[in-house]
Design a protein around this ligand. Structure first.
Ligand SMILES: Nc1ncnc2c1ncn2[C@@H]1O[C@H](COP(=O)(O)OP(=O)(O)OP(=O)(O)O)[C@@H](O)[C@H]1O
Ligand SMILES: [Mg+2]
Length: 207
C-alpha cells in the first residue's frame, strides 16, 4: 500500500492511504524510545482504543467525525476529510474564523459534554472545515478523550478554545455551546473559577 505522510504530530503520524477503495488516512502512533517498551506499547494501544471508541460514540450522537474504516493496535484508518483545520484557517493573514465552524464546534462540544464525553484537546488544530460547498465541520483527534461528568474537565475543553480564539470568535462558539448544552451553567461557572484561580496556565499551553 503506497502511503504519503501528511502530518507528523507530537504523538502520531498521519498518512494518506487508499484502503478498500476508500480515500482514507492512517493515524499511526509512533513508538517513543524514551519510554520503557512495555509501558510505551500500553499507552499507544490505550490511546488508539480510546480514540476508536470515542469516534464511534460521537458519531452515534450526531457529531461529525471521520468514519472508522479499520482499527489496529497502534493505528486507525478513517475516512479522509478534504479540507483544512480551523487553526490553519486562522493562521492565514487577517483571516476570520468562519462563523459556521465556530457555531458547529460549540454545538458539537455541547453534544459531547451532555453525554459526559470530554475531548481532552479541544483546539482549532483539532477542528476541520471541509472544502465542499456545505463547509461541514468535523471534530478530530480523540486520543485524550475521557468519559466523565467532571465540570472541571469540561471547562478545560472550553478554556483551550478561549485561549486560542479572539474574544468575538469565542463568544460565537460559547453562545452556541450554551444553546445546546444540558448543563452549561455549571461548566461556565467552573471556567470562571479556573480563570480566577489562574491555574492550568502552563499546563494547558504545554499540551
Ligand atoms: N481524517 C482526517 N482527514 C484529513 N486530515 C486529517 C484527518 N485526521 C487528521 N488529519 C490531519 O492530521 C493532523 C494531525 O491529526 P491528529 O490531530 O489526529 O494527530 P496528532 O498526532 O494528535 O497531532 P497533533 O499532535 O499535531 O495534535 C490534523 O491536524 C489534520 O491536519
Ligand atoms: Mg491534533
Amino acid at each position: 500500500m503506497a502511503m504519503k505522510m501528511i502530518s507528523e504530530g507530537a504523538e502520531a503520524r498521519i498518512y494518506a492511504a487508499m484502503i478498500f477503495g476508500i480515500n482514507a488516512i492512517l493515524k499511526y502512533r509512533q513508538p517513543k524510545r524514551y519510554r520503557i517498551r512495555a509501558l510505551d506499547e500500553a499507552i499507544r494501544v490505550r490511546r488508539t482504543r480510546i480514540e476508536a471508541r470515542t469516534l464511534i460514540t460521537a458519531q452515534g450522537l450526531g457529531v461529525k467525525v471521520p468514519q472508522i474504516v479499520l482499527v489496529g493496535r497502534f493505528g486507525i484508518f478513517t475516512t479522509r476529510i478534504n479540507g483544512r483545520t480551523l487553526a490553519d484557517i486562522l493562521g492565514d493573514n487577517g483571516a476570520k474564523a468562519p462563523a459556521k465552524a465556530l457555531a458547529d464546534s460549540g454545538r458539537y462540544l455541547a453534544m459531547l459534554h451532555s453525554h459526559n464525553i470530554v475531548h481532552g484537546d479541544f483546539t482549532p488544530a483539532n477542528i476541520m472545515v471541509s472544502s465542499n460547498d456545505a463547509k461541514d465541520t468535523y471534530i478530530i483527534d480523540f486520543g485524550l478523550s475521557s468519559f466523565t461528568a467532571s465540570a472541571e474537565d469540561k471547562a478545560l475543553d472550553l478554556l483551550l478554545m478561549k485561549r486560542s480564539l479572539s474574544h468575538n470568535d469565542f463568544q460565537v462558539f460559547a453562545s452556541s455551546y450554551k444553546a445546546h448544552c444540558d448543563d452549561s451553567d455549571a461548566v461556565l461557572e467552573r471556567l470562571r473559577d479556573i480563570e480566577r484561580r489562574g491555574r492550568y496556565q502552563t499546563r494547558t499551553l504545554a499540551v
